[in-house]
Design a protein around this ligand. Sequence first.
Ligand code: HEM
Length: 476
Amino acid sequence: MDQTAVEARRSVGNEPPAFDVGRLESPALSSALLDALLRYPVGQRILDVLRWIKPVWRIPFLEWTLVLRYEHVREVLSSSGEFQVPWGAKMKRVTSDDGAEPPNGRNFVLGMTEPDAHYRQDYALLAQAFAFGDVATTVSRLALEASETCLRDWQPTQQTPFFDVVERLVLSVPAMMCDTYYGIPIADPVHFGKCSLAVSSYLFGPPFEDDGKASTARKREMALAAAAPLRHTIRTAMREAEQSLMANGDNPADSSPLHRLMRAKRDSCGAIDDDRIHVQLFGMVLGFIPTNVLAAGNLLETLLDKPEFMLRTVQAARAGDDERLWRCLRETLRFRNINPGPWRLCAHDTLLANAHGRATRIRKGEQVLACTQAAMFDGRRITHPHLFDSNRPDEDYLVFGLGQHWCLGAYIAIAQITQMFKVLFTHFDVSPAPGAAGRMKRVSVFPLHQMVSLKPVAAPYGLASGAQPHSAQHGG
Ligand code: HEM
């Protein structure tokens, strides 16, 4: 596709391309089976037994290697040259213009295999746009306000006695914050959020899912259809921010990451182009909404399943202690993390050493699962792994990964999730709705719906609008 055609496609009309989010709703047996397998304690007990038999498993016909021990998982994630991220090609495809072959999209930091100059420049651009200082000054407050907005107007009625806590809170809050914090105007946050789930499910799914076979083509086709409205919304926001920058000059009120990125483009003398800004925003939307939905959805499911975890978490929320609340949430997430762990591609034969001086060879070309879920329960390293202990040291947690690709949005995630659960638990006693509606409905691994009963607490714990969030920042 030549450049004029590309520009024409990008600027066509103001209507975003349609994506039927109803396609996510059809129940899939595979999602239900996956859910049953990944829930604590089933999945964890299987991983414990596998790790006890052998720390590294090779599945020959799939060319997969599962790495299950704490020190091995750390080694794999710390060696980004030997064990490379496999997301780059898919990232370029979902950020491509419709129908462009070969894909003309860009890569994002998470898809870059080496910490080379290109990676470092993009990382610096992101760190400047999504400034660490925003967490205390802006992100926590916006998360608190968005959560209160989502819960404020809900009243149980005879027709709708239960609250869909996933769609109306867990998904809505990060999607609203892509507008209020990132600066991307979003007409329908739930629709935007659901599109991001479809894309993420393809992008970060197992590597075999991009093999071009008919069985996996549906997921890819759905992701590409869902990516189009995301790209349209982001490109429209970029154009409007650029026009406002040209018309009004530097306006101190425009301090969103979007405006900072457009300012960086203006000041770069042509070194930064629109495609580079677009992929940063696209990647950060996908880093934010689907990952936080997955984490908060898993957290909620585990809390509803484990009354003693719920009790400690609710007590921390009602004490107004953000740091303790995050510790309880992080400990709950350890029992069912966002996924079993990140995938890597082994770039050349590599030996993984163990404490007894023996080494296991991982072959070039193997798809390696660095199983952080198994590592966080490795009894050689983690004290009483099956006990809930919110005072564990930070190194016990691998929820945000490790090494080159350690989560760049970790503090944004911590602030959003902590504030959202604080608002929920200080205003309501939460319990699952009876029957099937009270079980979490997912698309692939992503939570979509969960009906709960919200019983207002007699005296909300002083956290209604205006209360200041405290900072809760603990790395993984
Ligand atoms: C609780 C929520 C979250 C969890 C559990 C989480 C987890 C992770 C993990 C495990 C990785 C490493 C992936 C790998 O090694 O292949 C990662 C990377 C990343 N995450 Fe998150 N994440 C969360 C929320 C966020 C948010 C809210 C953002 C953006 C605002 C974000 C942006 C990123 C980015 C940009 C990277 C790549 C960093 C790099 O490659 O240098 N994440 N995240």
